[in-house]
Design a protein. Sequence first.
Length: 144
Amino acid sequence: MELPRDTRKTAILLGSAGVLPFVFGALAAWVIGDSPLGRWSVDAATLYGAVILSFLGGIQWGLILQKPDDQHSLLFLTVLPALLAWVALLLPDRFTLGVLIVCFPACLILDFRLSIPAWFRTLRAALTIVVVASLVALLIAISG
């Protein structure tokens, strides 16, 4: 099923806006540094990352439930993003960021195994690159 052009444009706009907290969190950690506001930006970006990771698992769950084919065997994988995000939040910052950095590309790999439109595949890949780069920059900022 092909989505209307306006729906695709809205999804691209919202997805692009959705990476801004990652980018701003990393920038703030670098610019503001070790201060209460800098600490808040690290926490905000990390918590947001866990929420978005859970959201991606929900998207995958929905995609699999729409297809009456053999992809149902992948359904158990769609709950892992939320579980790993939750566990990651219980860890120290460096480990939390490490888990998120690994999980976002892993979600993308699962997305590529699912039946998704080419435009969405491209969008997910681009957003994942920005998210992972931002999380790596954040990790370097707090480790330095």
